[in-house]
Design a protein around this ligand. Structure first.
Ligand code: BG6
Length: 491
């Protein structure tokens, strides 16, 4: 047995997002969200975004895994695993179906009351993301999503409503999920899910992204201020996708390119943690002649609404190299500037598996931000096979999580990094965000549902369920349980 030390009160748990599990997309007064107009795709394709819900199309998030109706059974299973925390999000369009109403939808609010009460029944601490890839679709069609400054107002109204309602039920909040995904602004999926934007032909998508992201960091800073005024005990965090970008070689040009890539990926958290734009980016806006709407009042709010902790997802690392014709800015375009790292393996979906990158990530953020860090996503999407006797032997998932937890333990014990908790992706099988597949499975709990929507929705414990149960029961001291020990439950 390898002994690893984690702090007392460490928030072991698991994560999901509302649109990826709840289903019930038009129940309880819920309005359409951006997730409701995205079709399913294959392993390496993009989901299509349709103009509203179209007859004859299949939208996997409409039913997802029916968590909306089955949450008591699922939370009970989370409790059986020993979860101390459960990260989910609030579907914005359950609370404000169109997004621009003045009053929230009581049925939507009541659903999350029931869910959070169910968590507390088992002493599971909810960790709640305000916007996890699902703004109300009406805000897209009427206002252009976060193209519009008005959307800041809609978001903060939503934030105020849920902060007020759940002030005694939720302590840990995150504002925007993976706000920095849209660094990949040429990818239709990321601009749409992060910001409700579809770039138009001929438009400079990079400039569009910077404007929308500015409104989002301002909206986040206002939400932090509102939240702290409602309950000073709230812990409100930012959330970034942390894929470190390594230089592909030790050529100084490659090293600088990688540094620029890191700056481009993490200015979001720089602003949310430090309350101001980094100097390189202010210069960059000028060099690129971006005509952005950034007011003095915005800059004052960024300073006043800095976050209490930094949450992040970690799945993989990236690598980049400089081309022969870089501009003076070494402008980073994530759609074209990444290269394969030959030193790490890849998942079936081409994600570069790099456990040591998690230690790198934790150290990098610790040095830069001096805030508690929360690993709010980490996991591997894989094809699972359900045997005739309803078992899933997912040793590959155990291996992945084992190696990442071991690196996290090194960061805590050897490097002194302050890590609050770990909520791997995902608590239960979900609809994949990027592909819409069910078969890209992440959960500790298998859900009998297929890519075409067939299946009984029955839940089954995977081998990783028992393994993770043991990890939590020993506070991370025992990472070594093998599949054969699965019957040997911890006391
Ligand atoms: C993160 C998201 O990008 O990674 C999740 O926050 C998502 O919503 C997860 O599901 C895994 O990505 P994917 O595309 O494989 O579902």
């Amino acid at each position: 047995m390898t002994k690893k030390r984690f702090p007392a009160g460490f928030l072991w748990g698991g994560a999901v997002a509302a649109h990826q599990v709840e289903g019930a997309y038009d129940t309880g007064g819920k309005g359409l969200s951006v997730a409701d107009v995205m079709t399913a795709a294959g392993n390496r394709d993009e989901r299509r975004i349709t103009a509203g819900v179209q007859a004859g199309e299949f939208y996997p998030n409409h039913e997802a895994v029916d968590f909306y109706h089955r949450y008591p059974e699922d939370v009970k299973l989370f409790a059986e695993m020993g979860f101390k925390s459960f990260r989910t999000s609030i579907a914005w369009s359950r609370i404000f179906p169109q997004g621009d109403e003045l009053e929230p939808n009581e049925e939507g609010l009541a659903f999350y009351d029931r869910l959070f009460d169910e968590c507390h029944k088992y002493e599971i601490e909810p960790v709640v993301t305000l916007s996890h890839f699902e703004m109300p679709y009406h805000l897209v069609t009427e206002y252009g999503g976060f193209r519009s400054r008005k959307t800041i107002e809609f978001f903060t109204r939503f934030a105020r409503a849920v902060f007020t309602r759940y002030q005694d039920k939720v302590t840990y909040w995150l504002t925007f999920n993976e706000i920095n995904n849209q660094t990949n602004y040429d990818r239709a999926f990321t601009l749409f899910t992060n910001s409700g934007i579809q770039a138009q032909p001929g438009e400079d998508a990079e400039a569009v992204m910077y404007q929308a992201a500015h409104y989002e960091v301002v909206a986040s800073s206002l939400a932090v201020q509102i939240g702290h005024s409602i309950n000073p005990g709230f812990q409100i965090g930012a959330m970034v996708a942390f894929s470190p970008v390594y230089p592909a070689s030790d050529k100084p040009r490659d090293v600088f390119k990688a540094q620029r890539a890191m700056q481009a990926r993490f200015w979001f958290s720089d602003v949310q943690v430090e309350g101001q734009y980094p100097t390189w980016l202010s210069q960059y806006f000028q060099s690129k002649q971006f005509d952005l709407d950034i007011t003095a009042a915005d800059l004052a709010n960024l300073k006043k609404g800095t976050v209490d902790y930094l949450g992040f997802s970690y799945y993989m690392s990236f690598a980049t190299q400089a081309s022969d014709h870089e501009d003076d800015q070494f402008s980073y375009n994530e759609a074209t500037d990444l290269v394969t790292n030959q030193f790490v393996p890849q998942s079936d979906w081409g994600w570069q598996v790099d456990p040591q990158g998690l230690r790198y990530a934790l150290n990098w953020m610790n040095d830069r931000y001096h805030l508690p860090l929360f690993v709010v996503e980490n996991g591997i999407g894989a094809i699972d096979e359900l045997t005739a006797d309803h078992q899933v032997h997912d040793q590959y998932r155990i291996d992945y999580l084992h190696d990442h937890i071991a690196q996290m333990a090194l960061a805590i014990n050897e490097d002194g990094v302050d890590v609050m908790g770990y909520t791997p992706w995902s608590a239960i099988d979900i609809v994949s965000a990027s592909t819409g597949q069910l078969s890209k499975r992440y959960g500790f709990i298998y859900v009998d549902r297929n890519d075409d929507g067939s299946g009984s929705l029955a839940r089954y414990r995977k081998d990783s369920f028992y393994w993770y149960q043991r990890v939590i029961a020993t506070n991370g001291a025992d990472l070594e349980m093998t599949v054969g020990d699965a019957d040997d439950q911890p006391d």
